[in-house]
Design a protein. Structure first.
Length: 73
């Protein structure tokens, strides 16, 4: 019985070791990729940010226009 359990453990252990070694080997690459993603702005993010800036500018111009119209009355 003990021999069977030991054989099963030994059969699964190399798979675990290989998987762990692969995870350890790819961890720095995954971390570097994530850092590069955080440091850069995608085109979609840049477009959204530019759209917000344009809307803010239009709102500011609208307020100034309404203020100028009310002062002329």
């Amino acid at each position: 019985m003990r021999l069977t359990i030991l054989a099963c453990i030994l059969m699964t252990l190399p798979g675990c070791l290989v998987r762990t070694a692969a995870d350890v080997a790819t961890a720095p690459i995954k971390a570097g990729s994530k850092a590069a993603d955080w440091a850069t702005t995608s085109q979609d993010e840049a477009d959204r940010q530019r759209g917000r800036e344009i809307r803010r500018e239009e709102e500011r111009r609208g307020r100034e226009c309404r203020r100028a119209d009310s002062e002329n009355c």
